[in-house]
Design a protein around this ligand. Structure first.
Ligand SMILES: [Fe+2]
Ligand SMILES: [Fe+2]
Length: 306
């Protein structure tokens, strides 16, 4: 087993993790609820639609609905992903067949991560319920979660733990990349705190999962590696595809500018993958995965960076 120091960033967990050190940071005041500047509710950088040409002509009320709608969607998605997918992978690492690949110290640190994710789920729900109750916004389960559900349902039993691990690995490395783009001071305080606090924890998680990926890969059989590569590609594509159903729900699709922006998104979403998966790919390149021509070709055939 390749030795890594996966737990190095958990040494200060008792004093630096969000769940231990930063209570009561996510409650809105009435003044904050009356804010009408869209970008104070959710960063444009995380709204693919808002970055398309022509969107600047939309009335502020329409933009405000798009930004607040994305905030709620992101929070609800986070709550479910953390408890149903990331912590499912932690169960496999600590208790399941995968546990044989990891040291007792790694399994112990994984439990700290489990506690972090439970708290992320909690504060995301706390924020989301406040905003939804105030603005009576529609809520829609993320299409990404439906795709992950379908992918999970089709796995053979012997591969289920590997698939759970891959989903968490891709999720943890992509979310850290995304959160790092947006912790700027213009957001309303409860939202800014949520992003900053989540990022502090996720920076630790992405390093941990990257190290565990490298360790796990080194201990797999050839047929398990074949499965891992197929599953990696499928999962990265699921995490990168824009959620068109949600965009249609939250935006006024009678406007030509919205329809044009949706068409552009449907055509260019693969262009964003090399940015959003930078940390994912960095971990993959620490293994010999791309020394195998079949694997590297599979990535390229699906439009993924190598
Ligand atoms: Fe998290
Ligand atoms: Fe995490």
């Amino acid at each position: 087993m390749k030795k890594t120091d996966s737990c190095r960033y958990f040494a200060t967990w008792d004093t630096t993790s969000t769940v231990r050190s930063r209570p009561n940071r996510y409650l809105f005041t009435d003044t904050e609820f009356s804010e009408t500047t869209p970008e104070r509710w959710f960063p444009k950088a995380l709204i693919p639609l808002a970055n398309q040409a022509g969107m600047e002509i939309l009335p502020e009320a329409a933009l405000l609905r798009i930004h607040i709608g994305h905030l709620v969607h992101f929070l609800d998605y986070t709550t479910e992903l953390e408890i149903s997918y990331v912590n499912r992978a932690i169960c496999c690492i600590t208790q399941g067949a995968l546990s044989q690949h990891f040291s007792s110290q790694e399994r112990f640190c994984a439990l700290k991560l489990y506690a972090d994710e439970g708290y992320h789920a909690l504060f995301s729900r706390e924020l989301s319920d406040q905003v939804t109750n105030r603005f009576s916004l529609p809520r829609m389960r993320s299409a990404r979660l439906h795709h992950l559900d379908r992918s999970r349902a089709t796995q053979r039993h012997k591969h289920q733990e590997l698939a759970a691990f891959i989903i968490a690995f891709v999720s943890e490395t992509i979310i850290t990349r995304e959160l790092s783009w947006l912790s700027h001071g213009d957001l309303l305080p409860p939202i800014l705190h949520m992003f900053q606090d989540h990022l502090i924890d996720e920076s630790r998680h992405s390093i941990f999962f990257s190290d565990l990926f490298v360790t796990l890969w080194g201990g797999l059989s050839n047929s398990q590696k074949d499965f891992m590569v197929t599953c990696l590609i499928k999962t990265i594509l699921i995490f990168s595809r824009p959620n068109i159903h949600f965009i249609r729900l939250i935006a006024d699709t009678h406007l030509t500018v919205i329809e044009n922006a949706i068409k552009t998104l449907q055509n260019n979403w693969l262009d964003r993958i090399s940015d959003s998966t930078a940390l994912t790919m960095r971990a993959i390149k620490r293994t010999d995965l791309f020394k195998n021509h079949t694997y590297i070709n599979a990535f390229r055939e699906n439009g993924l960076p190598t």
